[in-house]
Structure formats: structure tokens, C-alpha cells
Design a binder for this molecule. Sequence first.
Ligand code: ATP
Ligand code: MG
Length: 426
Amino acid sequence: MLYALNDAGYQAFIVGGGVRDILIGLKPKDFDIATDATPEQIRAIFRNSRIIGRRFRIVHVHFGREIIEVSTFRAITGENVEIVESRLSRHDAHLDSVHSASGMILRDNVYGTIEEDVLRRDFTANALYYTVRNFAVHDYVNGMADVDLRILRMIGDPEQRYREDPVRVLRAIRLAAKLNFAIEPATAAPLRPCAQLLTSIPSARLFDEFMKLFFSGYGEKTFLLLQHYGVFGILFPGTAIAMLDDDGHYQHMLHSAFRNTDARIDADKSVTPAFLLAIILWPALQKKQKALEKGGMPPAMALNDAAQAVLGQQLERISIPRRFSLPMREIWDMQLRISQRRGKKAELLLGHKRFRAGYDFLLLREAAGEQLDGLGQWWTEYQAANPELQTQMQTSLEAGSAPHAKPRRRRAKSRHPHNTAPASGS
Ligand code: ATP
Ligand code: MG
């Protein structure tokens, strides 16, 4: 890639997470390339490529199943010329020209030089440019030193950069968790006050970020940091409110869920947002459901109405695609059904497509300290039992409920003479 661009006479660098991850000994998730070639020029070099994006066009080059993102150096628009001046004293000569050329020309021309591209990036560790021309890393913002110190430092004025793009609040937290970097104090200070700005981000973009936060293998640590900086409550307001009067068991439940997810990702097992979302939103659901039941609503209806309300509220922040929200609600429904084991219900439930997820969810609830009369244990044994033993378990369940059943039977019998009495009397 780099060679092909170089051969065609362009500059080309690997930049961002790829360089950073290699430097700290992680396996890069992907490689991003920055170049002074325009999207059209890039396309002309790589046949298997496509230009995507409207605001700032980048090129996706396909290599079999892999996609490499190639972006043209971005120019600095009027708003961040100041950052240029304060940050790049070493490049004064060049910046003068940027500054004098700022205004109309720069704003019209979205493409810039590598020095300008540097300043559009978020953290110093993400602004290292690797070239195969002399196999060197170009470092304009002391990113190398910060990588060595394991520090995440915002380029420019942190608060201003969060305001420009509030998603950087999430990126700071996610990368600190992923890289095990400390967030430099001036970079960390505006996190809490700027978290609120995330409410202006389209909910679809926040879903993408949600996926990166919790499905990259370090969700538990991310969750801790999100809570620490007051960001979790912005992403999941209903849950945060319900957890205000938590006795610790929701906290425990969410922790184990994130830990399990991390472990499954580590073991290359499948993970689904439906299950994790069912857990994250569970505290909000329970709060609402209990309130409705207190008002006299039957459990099944309360669950349904609460699910509707909680999901509706959550969608205002994070758009959850239906293919995840439907199974999420089925997992919730399963919590009610799994407690009803009479007659043939248990046997039928075993064959339900959401039984397994519902059962796993139940175990998490119990592990977190919810008192459910050994329901999880019962299902564990029931699933392992042969048909004979299953019938036996069923019977002992009915026997256990005999004290309830008896009076009903007696009443039924005594009603008989009553009912027939008027008939015989007439
Ligand atoms: P990951 O390990 O998740 O891939 P990354 O840092 O590579 O982390 P990407 O989303 O792949 O993240 O972005 C690639 C690079 O683009 C970043 O390293 C950074 O330089 C730049 N970048 C991405 N998002 C932003 C943003 N919101 N603001 C400024 N620069 C950004
Ligand atoms: Mg990346």
C-alpha cells in the first residue's frame, strides 16, 4: 500500500491506532493510511477501491476480506488555526503560511499537509505517522514520549476539542481502558463537564460507539471509567437513575456481565448486544415494572409496559437496531416465563429459542445476589436430568404447591351442591 502510493509519487503514512498499538505491543485492529493523494488519485492507483463519505471523503481499499482506510491529509479550518499556533512552535515557518492562507481558501480546500493533518487528530499517541521511505515515525506532537509514559494527551485545548466533537469524550475513556493509559490531567478535567455534550450526538453514531466501548474486549474497565467520569449516566440515563438506590447488586450484575463479555471475546466466542443491553437496562426495567405492579398492574402487563417505556427512553440516546431490541425484550419476557414451571411449561420452555439466553440471564441475576428461591439451580438440574427425572422434578414442584391447591379443590367440591341446589329446587 505505502509503496504503491510512494511509487506513484505521493507521501503515504500508516497513522493512528495501527502505529500506536504496535509501539505498545498490541495487535492493531486495523491500519489507517494518510496521504497527500486526493481520493480520485488514490482510486486511480487501487482498482479494488471505493470512495466513501460525504463530508470528508475517504477511500476504502479492499484486500480480500480486509478493508484499509486511506484518507487524504485534512486541512485545518479557521477554528483551529489557534491550536496550530500554540502547539506547533517548531513549525512556525510553515504555519505562517497556513495562517495567512486561512479563511476562504482553506475552508474551501478541505485537503491539507501532514502538519495540518496532525492537528485534526485527537490524542498525541494517535498522531504518529509511520513511513516506509526511511522506516521512521514522524512525530509532531511528542506522541512518542506520551506513548512511552503511557499517557493519553489531547492535542490542542482539550475542552475545545471535546466541543468540536463530543465523541472524543468516549474515545478518551475507551482508549484509556484499552491501552491502559492514564488520561493526562488537563485532558481528563473537561471530561465530566463535557459529557453532557454527548446528548447532541446522533443516536446512530452513539450506537456505533457503544459497540466499540463494550465489544472490544475491555468493557469492564471501560464501564468503570465511564462511571468514574460521569459519562455512563449520559449514555444510559434510566439505568443510572435506577442505580442510585442500588444496594450494590446491580453494580455487581453489570460488572459480571461486562467481565463475561470480555472473557467471551477473549475466547473467540460469540457475543450479542441483545444480551448485554438486556442487562444494562435491567435496573431501569425493574424499577419501572415494580412501580407499575405497585399500582395494581398484573406482572406480565407491567413487564410489557415497563419494557416499552424503558426502551423508548433509551432510544432517545442510543439507537438500538430492532434486530437487537427484539431479542432483548424476549430475554426479559423469559425472566417471567422461566419462573412458571407448572404442567408442561418447563418442558416447552426448554425448546424456546430464547431459553438459553434467558437462563444465562437468570444465573447472572442470582449471582448478583437476587433472591429467587433457587430458581437457577432448579433449571440447571432440570436441563441435566433425563426425562424420568424431569417428570419427577415436575411432580415434586406440584407437590410442593399442594397447600395452595387443596383449598381450591375443596371449594370447588363444596360449590357443587350449591350450584345444583337451585336446579333441583325448581
Ligand atoms: P482503535 O484501536 O479503536 O482502532 P483508533 O485510534 O485507531 O483506535 P479509529 O477510529 O480507527 O481509532 O481512528 C483512526 C485515527 O483517526 C485515530 O487514531 C485518530 O488519529 C483519528 N480519529 C478518529 N476519530 C477521531 C475524532 N473523533 N477526532 C479526531 N481524530 C480522530
Ligand atoms: Mg483504528
